[in-house]
Design a binder for this molecule. Structure first.
Ligand code: NAI
Length: 308
């Protein structure tokens, strides 16, 4: 199983590290446009292999896509991240050009690859890959909801002073501060609804903190986060590589599901060896449906900025 990670920056290197540590891939190729950067990151990571106990071979390449040939899965993290005070949508101008070029270069050498889009604004970048590559929808996956859900679980555990492993919860909708829809009514602690433990006001606060999870970290770090994004990407890659049939909220092209059409936005999907194997229809309350609709309007507006 060969995995390519485009972009050897903070998120790309972090996801390559988690993939290697989990030791399910035979080979990870990291590619970056910056001369020597991917080679350096790959060498540094390989020098952790004997310490962390993995056999995955990690190599780096400066923009030579022939090195990525016959990849099963490719992750696109290339592009610029946001700075404090910026929205993800403000990155569209630069990142759209990068994502378009990168996806077509990947496909030249790996025609059967499954693409995971990470670069922001992620839902719009996922839509762009659909429109420009014409790949079947199961092979284009946007990563945002897996990260937002991990942040939601972190906030829920914190509010209830509970171990995170007891918590289940999901965030659907657009991957933006305004667009995320944390499904508070579905969230559970040891299968018990969290509303049994938290007041409505506290739950609303948890949802609000979740939605600005990325912005909070950008404020603290001066750039966007990388550990949780990298871990979230590696979980999706593992679900596909190991045919786990696991459910994650991912951005995918909708054709009527959730009442939406011609849009990539976060909904629960099953990931397995074919990429997105099923879109899962979970019942939403009227309030959640309204929030999803509003979120979709935001994503559609950003999609309108693309020059297709
Ligand atoms: P970074 O600046 O650390 O790394 C980006 C890398 O992309 C750089 O090394 C740069 O040289 C490389 N790059 C730029 N153009 C390229 C090209 N044409 N081909 C190959 N490589 C190229 O940024 P970071 O923090 O890793 O973030 C990457 C992207 O991921 C950003 O757009 C960020 O907003 C997004 N992101 C998305 C998340 C999500 O949940 N979907 C979470 C966190 C970040």
């Amino acid at each position: 199983m060969k995995v390519t990670v485009v972009g050897a920056g903070a998120v790309g290197a972090s996801c390559a590290e988690y993939i290697a540590i989990k030791d399910f891939a035979s080979e990870v190729v990291i590619l970056d446009i910056k001369e020597g950067y991917a080679e350096g990151k790959a060498m540094d990571l390989m020098q952790t292999a004997s310490l962390n106990g993995f056999d995955t071979k990690i190599t780096g390449s400066t923009n030579d896509y022939s090195k990525t040939a016959d990849s099963h899965i490719a992750v696109i993290t290339s592009g610029i991240p946001r700075k404090p005070g910026m929205t993800r949508e403000e990155l569209i101008g630069i990142n759209a050009g990068i994502v378009k070029t990168v996806s077509s270069s990947l496909l030249e050498h790996s025609p059967n690859v499954i693409i995971i889009v990470v670069s922001n604004p992620m839902d719009t970048m996922t839509y762009l890959v659909h429109k420009t590559t014409g790949l079947p929808k199961n092979r284009i996956i946007g990563m945002g909801g897996a990260l937002d859900s991990a942040r939601f679980k972190y906030r829920l555990a914190e509010a209830m002073e509970a171990p995170i492993s007891d918590i289940d919860g999901m965030v659907i909708g657009g991957h933006s501060d305004k667009g995320m829809v944390p499904l508070t009514s579905h969230a559970t602690r040891n299968s018990i609804r969290v509303s049994e433990f938290l007041s409505d006001e506290r739950l609303e606060q948890v949802a609000a903190d979740t939605k600005v999870g990325g912005a909070t970290l950008t404020g603290l770090l001066g750039t966007s986060a990388w550990y949780a994004p990298g871990a979230a990407v590696s979980a999706l890659v593992q679900a596909i590589a190991c045919d786990q049939k696991k459910m994650f909220p991912c951005s995918t092209m909708l054709e009527g599901e959730y009442g939406l059409n011609d849009i990539c936005i976060g909904v629960p999907v099953i990931l397995g060896k074919n990429g997105i194997e099923k879109i899962v229809d979970i019942p939403l309350s009227d309030a959640e449906k309204a929030k999803m609709q509003e979120s979709a309007e935001g994503v559609t507006k950003t999609n309108g900025l693309l020059e297709l």
